[in-house]
Design a protein around this ligand. Sequence first.
Ligand code: CP
Length: 308
Amino acid sequence: MPDFLDICQVDPVDLRAILDQATDMKKRRAGLNRGAIDQDAPLAGMITALIFEKPSTRTRISFDVGVRQLGGQPILLSGGETHLGQTESVSDTARVISRFADLAMIRTFDASSLHEFAVAADIPLINGLTDQSHPCQVLADIMTFEEHRGSIKGKHVTWLGVGSNVCNSFVEAAAQFGFTLTFSGPDDRAPDAAALGFAESHGTKIRHQPDPERAVADADLVVTDVWSSMHDSVADKDALNASLRPFQVNEQLMARTKPETLFMHCLPAHRGEEVTSAVLDGAKSVVFDEAENRLHAQKGILRWCLQV
Ligand code: CP
């Protein structure tokens, strides 16, 4: 059964099928209580291990609730509560978890731990975020865009600020879903070369537009992310923020966009840094729809991994 490790590793036909099923499941649940189990209970009798080496609100809750709605049972394991990567190798832990669970999701630091786990495990593995990518987030974002504006194919997405793990997954998604992506941020904060190389090898050129006003002028979707997260070791945060200040998403910048342009942020946001409250809470913002769609998109991913 397949792993869901990165958007570049999943066939575009499968990515579309995951989103179609997610949309269908979301519609079928209309009016149900959050804890009600989906009628077909496709994960009945199955255990999903949810492993978090980093903090999480959205990923943790949405996977836990999603597994329950699919009729399965989650086991939540937080950093420091297991031997993983500290007093036991990642691969030994993966082999042990494979004896107890039918599926695993891991949020970890470097992608090398994700890949070590995937190679050693006998069960499918889902990437719940690494320092390099966040594929579950970007599938939820595409689902959200399409709910509001229809197919993302041929549309223009502009990423502002830092080429983060979410941005890397957007770069891969541009190639897989057929949209244009413009990055607008400092040269030394561009997305990872590996993600850019994947896009380019699939005929998708990621644009780099250093002028944020020009970058958003034609955008159907404007996206940003925090400039540094709690685990980043930033020597001089003031200097970093000063270099990124021109790329802040604020009302002035959003005034340059088209009337139908949407704004997204994976959350948590640092209000007043990468985005102002006026934008985050404004009419173009769909950030809480994105957060909810983590649940539905991931239910599609869980089912795809287990082929149920
Ligand atoms: N966007 C996201 O992954 O949120 P959490 O860190 O709260 O899981």
